[in-house]
Design a protein around this ligand. Sequence first.
Ligand code: FAD
Length: 465
Amino acid sequence: GDFPIETDTIVIGAGPGGYVAAIRAAQLGQKVTIVEKGNLGGVCLNVGCIPSKALISASHRYQGAKSSEDIGITAENVTLDFGKVQEWKAGVVNKLTSGVEGLLKGNKVDIVKGEAYFVDENSIRVMDENSAQTYTFKHAIIATGSRPTEIPGFQYSKRVLDSTGAINLDELPEKLVVIGGGYIGIELGTTYANFGTEVTIIEYEKDILGGFEKQMTALVKRNLKKKNVNVITKAEAKSVEETESGVKVTYSSKGEEHTIEADYVLVTVGRKPNTDELGLEQVGVKMNDKGVIEVDKQRRTSVPNIFAIGDIVEGPMLAHKASYEGKIAAEAISGQSSEVDYLGIPAVVFSEPELASVGYSEQDAKDEGIEVIAARFPYAANGRALALNETDGYVKLITRKEDGLIIGGQIAGANASDIIAEIGLAIESGMTAEDVAMTIHAHPTLGEMTMEAAEIALGTPIHVM
Ligand code: FAD
């Protein structure tokens, strides 16, 4: 028999959106059940953010061990055990996913394994291998994430990889073709290049990493070139032929067709929301023609007791965006007036050098007719950057001309991903250039560059002329 199990709030999907929503809802006194068909932690922890960063960091260490002659260090016989790297990476993932399980249990969230779909606006059915169970709820939060899109002519297989396949390879490719120069393609392409793979990146648009400023992507391109990564822009991937031991990828560029051979091809051309198998039409949850669920500022769907967060709703497909929305939705369900506000959301690429942006860019300000001061401080003038031998890049602070209010920042350079947090905080707290300039920053640190940029904005820089 199938007696429905009652709960206050049901969360579907345990990625960075869902598990955070579940914990926050439980903290606010709700009885919460979370349903996950795969592994706790979702894409981000299992096959996204975390394992990709583990591989990036391993590849940096390998590169650093092999080539630090310019600072007087040489090493011989530096070897790479790629299997061991993969084992270590799996350990990192494991630690985090079991951590999530502990947090959910600690917050008394019921974890249910299985695939959920909606029966009506107050119940879902969860299917496991050989069982089915109905759950009724007052509120639901959908957090089912996204999956890679395919391009015509490229069906995923053993040698035609999506990002998951590329992250979980058990051998190091000699040659790899990457289709798509977005952040996932650039991060994984750089990683394999560092490990010694010959990498070719094919990008349809006229530049890689669309959305970031030219000055920033130029630094990444220069670095890729140094690593002998071949970046082909304005090129269209046409087809792939699988051979016994690899692939032949055909692409067109400037009206001509070319073929490259490689061991594998990685296709990273975007992701689509997992909203097609949830029975959403049945309950009247509105979506656009791309399957993106329509939501209000509290992430409430067209059905008032059902919320949606993360990759399945508008906005950038990023883990921190999913988690932020998870908190907002959980608070909204608990009767709080929380609403999303995206001015302070950072975007980061873990490329070489790292790129990070938050709030307004100079161009955004121009588009909106806001007069700004864009104050730029170079890594080459920062003591810590020199001591780290990381002199490529800059910190740029965007302040409103009329009152010095900090409204944005862009960083290209080592640890940009961490430094950007201070600018995000400044934006969120309504700080001015003077506030940051008067904040004492430890010396010598990369963080000082934000203070220096603020001083430039005020017209009184100390360390540049
Ligand atoms: P997901 O993490 O996709 O989780 C959704 C979960 O729902 C999954 O576990 C899925 O199994 C489950 N599910 C789906 N349907 C059902 C169902 N019917 N029933 C039960 N469960 C279901 N973002 C960053 O911010 N920083 C990064 O550095 C970064 N790197 C990335 C690298 C790669 C290679 C990739 C692919 C992505 C990366 N991302 C990164 C993006 C990030 O992973 C996603 O934005 C994030 O995981 C979205 O979270 P989510 O909670 O919306 O969904």
